[in-house]
Design a protein around this ligand. Structure first.
Ligand code: HNI
Length: 143
């Protein structure tokens, strides 16, 4: 799947808004993922508190969303840009790539709730394409 220049523009413009609230957005995303898809908790079993909004959930939520933000910066070559992160998730963390789809779905839901006016159908399409491409790039090192 290729992102058109228009897609990239929509993603960059939308992300400019998200980037000033990455901590809150990240907290909502990770909190919701752990509640709605409790199987994802297995990867974070070393944390003391996996409840919504806990200190570690908030902190890691921000880390993940910063990662997505970096990917926006590398939107022209996601495969190369995310190589290190892909290696980390594949070989060290051993995260089943099915979870990338889950996380991307949650990201869309949270952004739609938080930015109802900016989250137009066109932004939705472009973000969905971007997140699919990001997931694919993250799964690159699994094969
Ligand atoms: Ni993910 C660590 C980014 C999906 C489980 N993850 C990171 C880090 C970044 C990151 C950045 C910190 C790396 C470092 O320390 O150098 N993760 C991303 C991105 C996505 C993603 C951009 C997809 C959009 N990660 C997932 C998913 C899971 C996941 C779907 C599991 C359900 N990630 C982890 C775990 C860690 C992690 C586990 C280590 C956490 C820890 O304890 O430090």
């Amino acid at each position: 799947m290729t992102l058109s220049n228009k897609d990239k523009e929509y993603v960059r413009t939308f992300w400019a808004k998200v980037s000033i609230q990455v901590e809150d957005v990240g907290n909502d995303v990770l909190s919701r993922m752990l509640v709605v898809y409790p199987q994802t908790k297995t990867y974070f079993s070393h944390w003391k508190d996996l409840g919504p909004g806990s200190a570690l959930v908030r902190k890691h939520g921000k880390v993940v969303m910063m990662g997505v933000g970096e990917a926006v910066g590398k939107i022209d070559d996601l495969e190369k840009g995310l190589l290190t992160l892909s290696e980390l998730h594949a070989f060290q963390l051993r995260v089943d790539p099915a979870n990338f789809k889950i996380l991307c779905h949650i990201i869309l839901v949270v952004l739609a709730i938080k930015y109802p006016n900016e989250f137009t159908a066109q932004v939705h399409v472009s973000l969905d394409k971007f997140l699919c491409a990001l997931s694919l790039a993250l799964a690159e090192k699994y094969r």
